[in-house]
Design a protein around this ligand. Structure first.
Ligand SMILES: [Zn+2]
Length: 310
């Protein structure tokens, strides 16, 4: 009996030590010694499968590239290929406001400019929370957005919460889905208290309603989906109208979509002029300006991405 007790103690100690040392082991082999009166020592080998619970650490290091605590779009001179593939481990998102979501303006063309997000009604002081897990990339005041928080999520998607009256997080904070980010408000370029929510992927704003169902279900429309350039450019939508959504959720549909004409972009280099860019691309300065909602006197910035055609 004494030997059996010691053996069990040995097993427990070995188990603990090995489990601590090597979390990727799949099985633990233990020699079990039992001393008997007539047969001497009997050695039995037992194998115990080890179940290692996967930790919830992100697969990709989302801070590894284009991590910028100042610029809203650090991806400026990188060009994405459509359709963009997105995958989600969750099937729902957390509503950014804690009351019923009333959309006052949608993603789309508005007063001659692109409206790259969705406006959700709120009263100044209402809580605003994160739609998914992630890391805060930006938490600061900026002229257009007012007090703004940008969160990068583990699938690369970013969510922007603008016009806040108070910011409760700091850049580089790791935050959970539904975590409090701050209070809604009317700061920056805003007409009345509301939350301007943008979703973007690698600098490309995406129509939020293509990804999220803004009804009370808070559903992510598909855990795997592809975004064509039509859902990543406000000019294809009207901020006053609901756009009819046809999701791309299979590899076959995505392959077909990738055959569609890709939008052409031009990244501004040193010494470029609107005249030079338009002449080299066989288009008028007027058309280049209209497509990019700029005027002929706009100063071009190096690295700025201009749309040549869509
Ligand atoms: Zn807005």
């Amino acid at each position: 009996m004494k030997y059996l007790f010691l053996s069990v103690l040995f097993i427990c100690t070995t188990w603990y030590t090995l489990a601590q040392k090597d979390s990727i082991s799949t099985a633990l082999k233990i020699e079990l010694k039992t001393e008997t009166y007539n047969k001497g020592v009997i050695i039995d080998t037992i194998e115990i499968p080890l179940i290692v619970k996967p930790t919830k650490t992100p697969v990709v290091d989302i801070k590894a590239a284009f991590w910028d605590n100042i610029n809203h779009n650090p991806y400026q001179n990188s060009i994405q290929k459509f359709p963009l593939e997105l995958s989600f481990s969750d099937s729902t998102y957390a509503s950014p406001v804690l009351h019923k979501k009333v959309i006052t303006s949608r993603y789309g063309w508005r007063r001659g400019r692109p409206h790259n997000g969705i406006d959700i009604d709120l009263v100044t002081g209402d809580s605003v929370v994160a739609v998914l897990d992630g890391i805060v990339r930006i938490a600061k005041y900026s002229n257009g957005f007012g007090n703004v928080v940008v969160v990068r999520h583990y699938n690369g998607l970013e969510s922007t919460y603008a016009h806040l009256s108070h910011i409760a997080v700091k850049a580089n904070d790791t935050i959970a889905k539904a975590q409090y980010l701050g209070k809604g408000g009317n700061t920056g370029n805003s007409r009345g208290s509301h939350l301007h929510l943008e979703l973007s992927y690698k600098g490309q704003p995406i129509h939020p309603e293509y990804i999220f169902d803004f009804s009370s279900k808070n559903a992510i429309r598909s855990q795997r989906l592809w975004v064509t350039h039509k859902w990543a450019h406000a000019r294809f939508h009207n901020s006053k109208r609901v756009s009819k959504i046809k999701l791309i959720t299979t590899e076959d549909e995505a392959a077909l979509a990738s055959l569609a004409k890709q939008p052409r972009f031009y990244v501004v280099k040193k010494g470029d002029t609107l005249y030079g860019i338009s002449r080299r691309n066989n288009m008028s300065v007027a058309r280049l300006c209209k497509t990019n909602s700029i005027n002929q006197n706009t100063t071009l910035k190096i690295g700025q991405k201009l749309v040549l055609d869509l």
